[in-house]
Design a protein around this ligand. Sequence first.
Ligand code: PMP
Length: 361
Amino acid sequence: MANERVYNFSAGPSMLPLEILERAGSEITNYQGSGMSVMEMSHRSKVFLKIFEDTRAKLKKLLNVPDEYEILFLQGGASTQFSMVPLNLIGKTGKADYAITGNFANTACKEAKKYGQISVAASSADRNHTYIPTQDQLKLDSEASYFYYCANNTIYGTEWQYVPETNGVPIVCDMSSNILSRPIDVSKYGIIFAGAQKNMAPAGLTVVIIRKDLAGNELPITPLMMNYQTMIEKESMFNTPPCWCIYMLGLNLDHLESLGGVEGMEKIKGNKAAMLYDCIDNSRLFTCAAEKGSRSDMNVAFRSASEELDAKFVAEATAAGFTNLKGHRLVGGMRASIYNAMPVEGIEKLVDFIQTFDKNN
Ligand code: PMP
C-alpha cells in the first residue's frame, strides 16, 4: 500500500503520517472493542469523552499551554475565526491593529472592519508579500483591543521568525499553516487559532487556544455559536464537535511525541526546508520570491523565468509522483508545501528531480 502513495505537496488539506492513517484504518469499524467506529459514537459517550480529554491533554502538554488558557475544538475553519476574533475582542476599545502579510491576514482585516476601527500596523503588499515586516516597522496603537498577524503565509511562502512585542496588547495569531512545527511560547499570545488540515488532522476541526480572561466581552450581536465564552463554559461541546477529526488529531499528536514533540519537529522541518531552499538557490532555472530571513519552512514558493517552463516542470513532476506543486493562482510558479507529515525522503527525491530538470532544460 505504502508504495502506491504519492509525495503530496498540497497546501491543505495535506499529507498525514501513513502510520496514523493505517492505525485509523485498523480501528475504523470497531474502535478498541467498542463495537463501533469513532464516526458513529455519541460525543457524550464515555469512550469518546476519553478520546476528547486525552487529545486536549496531549496538545496542552506538547505546546506547553498554561492553565490560564482554554483549548477549544471548534468547526467553521480558520476563516470563521476571522469573524469570531473581532466579535469577541474588539468591544474593549473599539480598535484593533492588523499586520497584512498575505491573503489570509488581508481577508481577516477586511472582515474585522465590519465591527470596529481597524488600523494596518504594517503591510508587505508593496513588495508583493515577499517579506515579513520587522518590529521597527510595526505601527502599534497602545489602545488597540488586540494586534493580529498570520504566522505563516501559506500562499506567499513567508513566515514570521519573531513574536512581535506589543507592550501588553493581546496578540491574536493565525497559525493554520505552521502550528506544531516548532516550539511556541503560548503565554505571549491572547489567542492562537489554526485550521487542522495542514499540520494536525483532516479538515473540519479548528483549534483555538485562548487566554480565558479575554472571553466574555463579546459584542451583543455575537451569534451564540461564535461566542468564545459559550464554548469555554461548555468545553467545546455546546453542540456536536468534529469527533472524527479530534480522534485523528490525537493519533497525530502521539506520532509527533514519538518524534520528539515540537522540539524534535523543529529540527526535522528545518533540515527539510534547508535542503529544498539550497537546491533552488543553487539551480540555474529556479528562484524563490520570498526574501531570505522571511522564508517559510512550510510552504516553499519558487519559479522559473517562464510560465511555459513552470507548466512543464509541474507536468513532469506530477507524472513522476510529486503532486500538487502548482503555485497558488495569486502567485503563479510552484509551491511545495512541506508540512510535518512530508517525509524527508519526499524532499530528497524532489531535490533529485529538480536537479535533473535543471540540467536537462
Ligand atoms: N489561514 C491560513 C494561514 C491558511 O493557510 C488558510 C487556508 N489555507 C486559512 C486561514 C483558511 O482556513 P480554512 O479553510 O480552514 O477556513
